[in-house]
Design a protein around this ligand. Structure first.
Ligand code: SF4
Length: 367
């Protein structure tokens, strides 16, 4: 699954069908992918490609672009061709844009089930075109786009309603012998969302794309997404994720990767293990942790750096770290792999930690 070492995980992945989304494997045989969505006008090819390049550099695996107009559809071939990561076209109302996206070489197409009824006579044609091109389709149900009959039956977007809507949409494609499907059942409430995905996971073997929709600004959206994804990923449910934030998409990618790293579904890179501080602290732990984090930003080598506020618990708590400091009496004891290598004045703690981290990273790179 792309993990360099055997990391402990909470549960094995739920077995799914496998998809090829523009060269990125999606399903239980592959690592969980991080997705985001561009916020540029898709028709503005240069701006969209620029944003995709930034998302790619941040670690995004797959990107989605909205396609609400003919101008956007016309931009798809250039975007799909020049993007370094697979591009999914997001289409709500117009079947003709689905065909355009497939022809454009998009890695996949996302369709909205609340509107797919309008596609009814087109489903067979879409299935055939997608199958011929090897283009998977994501069925993206969310609370606001339930199939009207199902909405009337349940009265609101319950987990059961979301799942029934999604499976009905999937059946429209599977009737045409099209099975390269990924499903999402997003809801703004993490508890409803988690239950919906649990039910869906029991009833099909399609790969699942996780998302808490309209999750909110960064702080709230991060909490909602992390708790909901954590609950599902801990059970092995989820094959791709998108953290929806009212914030630039690069933040979505950072949070998504961080969630996967926290769940051991991606190897951790730099990890700052800093204490919360308490009445024993003899240094400003918050400031020290912030300065060390800023000084080591962008480091790719997996390194656990401990920042401890005192020498009472500090050394013990720092033992598992590659590198650490325990502060006290205006000084910092610098640890490497559990051994004190030097004691430096408080003012030199940050630069010493950064120097040592660079040295360890270099060693790791050379090894
Ligand atoms: Fe308190 Fe020291 Fe533990 Fe930090 S390391 S929380 S200062 S006891």
């Amino acid at each position: 699954l792309g993990l360099p070492e055997a990391l402990p995980v909470l549960a094995p992945r739920r077995k799914t069908r496998q998809l090829d989304v523009g060269g990125v494997g999606v399903g239980s045989d592959h690592r969980v992918s991080v997705q985001s969505m561009t916020t540029t006008l898709t028709a503005d090819v240069n701006a969209t490609l620029q944003q995709i390049a930034e998302l790619t550099a941040a670690g995004c695996d797959i990107v989605r672009v909205a396609c609400p107009s003919a101008d956007d559809a016309e931009a798809l071939p250039a975007i799909a061709k020049k993007s370094q990561i697979p591009v999914i076209a997001d289409i709500h109302f117009q079947p003709k844009y689905v065909f355009a996206a497939i022809d454009a070489g998009c890695a996949a197409v996302r369709v909205n089930p609340g509107n797919i009824k309008k596609f009814d006579d087109k489903v067979g044609e879409i299935a055939k075109a997608a199958k011929d091109a090897g283009t998977p389709i994501r069925i993206g149900v969310n609370a606001g786009s339930l199939e009207p009959g199902i909405f009337a039956k349940y009265g609101k977007a319950t987990p059961e309603a979301l799942v029934e809507s999604a499976l009905w949409e999937a059946s429209l494609f599977s009737e045409h012998d099209f099975h390269d499907i990924k499903i999402s059942v997003k809801h703004h409430d993490p508890v409803t969302m988690v239950r919906a995905y649990e039910l869906l996971a029991e009833q099909c073997d399609y790969p699942l794309h996780l998302g808490v929709t309209e999750a909110g600004p960064t702080f709230q959206g991060t909490i909602k997404s992390a708790t909901a994804f954590g609950a599902l990923l801990a059970k092995g449910i989820g094959d791709t994720i998108r953290v929806s934030l009212s914030a630039p998409p690069i933040e979505e990618v950072r949070v998504g990767l961080s969630i996967l790293e926290s769940m051991n579904l991606r190897p951790r890179k730099l990890e700052i293990v800093s204490c919360p501080s308490c009445g024993r602290a003899q240094v400003d732990v918050y400031k020290l942790a912030d300065e060390v984090t800023a000084g080591l930003e962008g480091m790719e080598v997996p390194l656990r750096v401990a920042v401890m506020g005192c020498v009472v618990n500090g050394p013990g708590e720092a033992r598992d770290a590659d590198l650490g400091v325990a502060s006290g009496n205006g000084k910092g004891q610098i640890f490497v792999k559990g051994e004190v290598i030097k004691t430096v004045p408080e003012a030199q703690i940050v630069e010493t930690l950064i120097d040592e981290a660079m040295r360890l990273a270099e060693e790791a790179g050379e090894g």
